[in-house]
Design a binder for this molecule. Structure first.
Ligand SMILES: [Zn+2]
Length: 99
């Protein structure tokens, strides 16, 4: 992504907790010596691309897009965004591998 904008949301807007469930578990596993690259660090990464759904997707086309990274709040249990990455997404001929 070019010209990317990243926003972090470290605090739960509902309960004020700064702990996210999957991130906490991942840190515990990494502290045991497990390779940080093989442990998921969030519940899910949601890729998105802002495009006109009325037209077929052209390979190589560009549009605003990015990822929304979500996790579960350890304080109250809601699923919330912990990080939002916005930039210019490029349509590929295959789904990019994430994680
Ligand atoms: Zn919470």
């Amino acid at each position: 992504m070019e010209k990317s904008e990243i926003k972090e949301y470290p605090v739960c807007p509902v309960c004020g907790s700064e702990e996210a469930l999957i991130a906490t578990l991942a840190n515990e596993e990494v502290s045991k010596g497990i390779n940080t690259n093989v442990v998921p660090h969030n519940l899910h990464t949601w890729p998105f691309m802002m495009r006109n759904q009325n037209y077929p997707l052209m390979i190589g086309s560009r549009a605003p897009g990015g990822n929304i990274i979500i996790d579960v709040c350890k304080g109250c249990g809601i699923i919330r965004a912990v990080r939002v990455e916005v930039g210019e997404a490029i349509a590929l001929d295959k789904t990019p591998k994430i994680g």
